[in-house]
Ligand binder design. Sequence first.
Ligand code: ZN
Length: 169
Amino acid sequence: MPRTLKYLSHYSNDIQQQVMKLIKEEKLQSYLLGQFPVPHEITTDKALRQYTLALKQQFLKKSAPLSQVKYDDKIHIVNNALGLHTYVSRVQGNKLKSKNELRIGSLFKKAPEALLKMIVVHELAHLKEKDHNKAFYKLCEHMLPDYHQLELMTRIYLTEFENNGDIYL
Ligand SMILES: [Zn+2]
């Protein structure tokens, strides 16, 4: 039984207590299954790449190109719950080229589509805004109007995942 909810520490006491109550009553998994009955089918790097590029094409046409999009099982949820955007600088010929890679934690391979979308939108928004500032969240909401609600659900999902693994047993 966790005493604190680290993924939810920035949310109200009220929300934290509701989640804590579900954990105590062992109802968090069924609550999440009620919200998200089936997992998505975007389970390969290729499918993830297509999914991500479609969103990028729709909302961020002019942003920098993405050299790589993939699931990464080295992204541990404790270290980086919200994915990892890396900017790799490589020397090509005599030029230093900066490449944008987008990596999503492998735990999202078997997860609700809405939550995968929230993570992808979050990472895509970083192509334009490096920091979690007002402009960043505005961009997230532009791509996904219920972004904030879904970020909360993702954090609740991560809480359950860390205790019991994915909800689709
Ligand atoms: Zn971020």
